[in-house]
Design a protein around this ligand. Structure first.
Ligand SMILES: Nc1ncnc2c1ncn2[C@@H]1O[C@H](COP(=O)(O)OP(=O)(O)OP(=O)(O)O)[C@@H](O)[C@H]1O
Ligand SMILES: [Mg+2]
Length: 318
């Protein structure tokens, strides 16, 4: 778990118009930040500057307050897992060997690697016997999960994910998103996730960085982006006027209130924090239900009533 700071980061490729222009924002340790914006706005370039596949023209990037330029590239990359759309599994290696690549480079013993592979397959919901299969014997969604397992193998503090679910059908994609949310609740990595899919961004993000032609237009929590878009570009990109759609995308976690001091667990109807607001709304509309107890892995984590839901998701009338 690491904090990442972008400080006036710019990148121009061979004298062309800047692909990234003076971008500054901070990714809190353990949070999932989505880079969102149209094709060519600089998302991939920004991501690749974190593991130094691309070097900034100016500005700096810090990890836990250390300028990453002062680190050796291999040492830096060891702390970072990287997942891309084309998965990039090695075709001549089994799934187990693919997942074990980094631990092997780090000199782990064979039994240690095998144990880690088994653990990771379980984590990404693949059966243990998949370890001996080859990538070509897996579906696209399964390969993507192996890619994620491989990125997590050496337990990096940071995960960079560049449109990891881009080439996957809508249903499998939704289930991979759910699994990522669940995984993130357990692992709390610092994740930078690139997408140009707005619904995906709203579902996954703790915060969203909206980019346009290399510039950061707005950096905020999903609810805040919807209720207070910085300009028409953000409003239109997020389709911020469609409230009903938004309810199905935003997690309860994003709008719940902390537990009041006199809270008594088990009295109110309970709902998991990863549920969406539409589910919360349908519970709140039942007779006699004033508020919900929001739980995380079964333990009380917050409360939510209709007023919270309304005031934190709807933009004021203008
Ligand atoms: N290696 C490169 N050399 C020259 N120009 C580049 C290079 N990589 C990216 N660019 C340019 O920088 C700009 C930003 O590209 P980038 O790949 O970061 O966009 P993106 O937001 O990831 O787009 P997409 O959603 O299509 O993946 C584009 O105009 C692109 O043409
Ligand atoms: Mg890209």
């Amino acid at each position: 778990m690491k904090q990442i700071l972008f400080d006036r980061v710019s990148k121009s490729f061979d004298g062309e118009r800047a692909a990234v222009h003076r971008v500054s924002f901070e990714v809190p340790a353990g949070s999932l930040v989505v880079l969102l914006g149209p094709s060519g706005c600089g998302k991939t370039t920004l991501l690749k500057m974190v593991n130094r596949l691309v070097e900034p023209t100016s500005g700096r990037i810090c990890m836990d307050e250390t300028d990453i330029r002062s680190l050796e590239v291999t040492a830096l990359r060891r702390q970072i897992g990287y997942v891309i759309q084309q998965v990039g599994l090695f075709p001549h290696m089994t799934v187990g060997e693919n997942i074990g690549v980094v631990p092997q480079l780090n000199g782990w013993k064979r039994e240690q690697i095998a144990a880690r592979v088994a653990e990771l397959l379980e984590l990404v919901h693949l059966p243990p016997e998949f370890a001996s299969r080859y990538p070509s014997q897996l579906s696209g969604g399964q390969q993507q999960r192996v890619g994620l397992a491989r990125a997590l193998a050496a337990d990096p503090g940071v995960l960079l994910m560049d449109e990891p679910f881009g080439a996957i059908d809508a249903i499998t994609r939704a289930s991979l998103q759910d699994q990522l949310i669940e995984l993130q609740q357990r692992l709390r990595k610092t994740v930078l996730f690139v997408t140009h899919d707005v619904d995906e961004a709203l579902r996954l993000a703790d915060r969203i960085a909206v980019l346009r032609r290399g510039e950061l237009v707005q950096y905020d929590e999903p609810c805040a982006l919807l209720s207070r878009p910085a300009d028409d570009f953000v409003r239109e990109l997020l389709n911020a006027d469609d409230r009903v759609r938004q309810l199905g995308l935003i997690r309860v976690e994003a709008v719940m209130r902390p537990l009041p001091p006199d809270f008594r667990p088990g009295v109110l109807p309970a709902l998991e924090s990863s549920a969406d607001l539409r589910t919360a709304l349908s519970l709140l509309l039942q007779p006699g239900v004033q508020a919900l107890e929001i739980t995380r892995e079964g333990r009380p984590a917050g409360v939510l009533d209709f007023e919270d839901l309304r005031s934190r998701t709807c933009q004021p009338l203008q």
